[in-house]
Design a protein around this ligand. Structure first.
Ligand code: SF4
Length: 82
């Protein structure tokens, strides 16, 4: 599957000019999941996570977001274990 992820969050480490996400994989979750889990819960373990309903786009988030310049950023879109 050849996917293209477009993103307009330009303070994320994985954001690139042209509004592209260059992470090799990302995890989109409900806001509640994203707020309640540590950063190490991310795309690498997606297959083991329990899906949940969000109800609207307003209740979803990109859990892979990492602030530009953060030590947690890696090249593959998966945060470092802390
Ligand atoms: S990791 Fe998420 S927030 Fe960061 S550029 Fe990709 S889609 Fe946007």
């Amino acid at each position: 599957m050849n996917q293209h992820i477009h993103c307009i969050v330009n303070d994320c480490h994985y954001w690139q000019q042209g509004n592209k996400c260059v992470a090799s994989e990302i995890l989109v979750s409900t806001d509640a999941f994203g707020a309640g889990r540590p950063d190490r819960i991310d795309a690498a373990m997606a297959a083991k996570l329990t899906p949940a309903s969000a109800g609207s786009c307003m209740a979803t988030c990109c859990k892979t977001y990492v602030s530009r310049g953060s030590d947690d950023a890696t090249l593959d879109g998966v945060k470092r274990m802390s």
